[in-house]
Write a protein that binds this ligand. Structure first.
Ligand code: AMP
Length: 277
């Protein structure tokens, strides 16, 4: 496994790679959710590139960019084990040199949900992913359903800007108690960690009601809110039942719908979602 930190070294290594190439963009502090994407990329491509970059432009001024957990040595050991070929782990100045001034803005699908609560977040995501696509020239790129709106934003950008690659979406990997794996779970104290599975429990309650025939989106949202309200450590930011393609809120659920939420537990802001099909 080769590790590079400069664009020049990345381009040279990429040019020598057997195709097709799969890329897995990450912010590092890797867990089984990330590794599932790398394993899938390994199965489907001749070469696998993993990028590790905590992207400052996708963090708001009051968000956790500085505190975001980092452990490159551990990440590299894990990536070696799952068979990545090339790791690109640049410094911020390599990606955003002085004078940088070009950004990618995806419009409608980036506006609700996370986009409304994290102004500029998806502009940062789309910009860095566009740059990583240009730099790694992959045939396939792997993303997790855990970040459902991010997937929609990147699908839209890929179509609109004619990137010649396939976006592969992989299922959310969960802890045994249902908590979606996330690098930010490390912010949870033991007591908060015990409370955190309430997100998935509330999503499962919505799914059960949907399976029993409930199609009123307001009642489905309320079912999730009721489960979350029973956990005193959980502070709800939003619960959404939206059209899975447009991400616009629904009144009546016509599948496929995306049920998504953001909930603060302590200093962790947790997101999770399920699709109703
Ligand atoms: P991040 O490092 O948080 O930016 O995530 C990098 C990629 O891993 C994104 O495509 C995420 O959606 C994906 N990912 C993060 N957590 C999970 C998870 N629990 N299950 C599946 N994919 C995940």
């Amino acid at each position: 496994m080769q590790v590079v930190t400069t664009i020049a070294a990345l381009r040279a290594a990429r040019a020598a790679m057997p195709e097709p190439v799969g890329v897995v963009p990450t912010m590092g502090f890797l867990h089984e959710g990330h590794l599932a994407l790398v394993r899938r990329a390994r199965q489907e491509n001749a070469s696998v590139i993993v990028t590790i970059f905590v992207n400052p432009t996708q963090f708001g001024p009051t968000e956790d960019f500085a505190a975001y957990p980092r452990d490159l040595a551990r990440d590299l050991a894990l990536l070696e084990q799952v068979g990545a070929d090339l790791v690109f782990a640049p410094e911020v100045a390599e990606i955003y040199p002085p004078g940088f001034q070009t950004y990618v803005t995806v419009e409608q699908v980036a506006q609700p949900l996370e986009g409304a609560r994290r102004p500029g977040h998806f502009r940062g995501v789309a910009t860095v992913v566009a740059k990583l696509f240009n730099l790694t020239q992959p045939q396939r790129a792997y993303f997790g359903q855990k970040d459902a709106q991010q997937v929609r934003v990147i699908q839209q950008m890929t179509a609109d800007l004619n990137f010649p690659l396939e976006i592969v979406v992989c299922p959310t990997v969960r802890e045994p108690d249902g908590l979606a794996m996330s690098s930010r779970n490390t912010y949870l104290t033991p007591e908060q960690r015990q409370a955190a599975p309430v997100l998935y429990r509330s999503l499962q309650a919505v799914e059960a009601a949907y399976r029993s025939g409930e199609r009123d989106a307001g009642r489905l949202r309320q079912i999730a809110l009721d489960v979350l309200a029973a956990e005193p450590l959980a502070q709800v930011e939003y619960v959404s039942v939206a059209d899975a393609a447009t991400l616009q809120e629904l009144e009546q659920v016509m599948a496929p719908a995306l049920v998504s939420m953001a909930v603060r537990i302590g200093r962790a802001r947790l997101i999770d979602n399920i699709l109703l099909t």
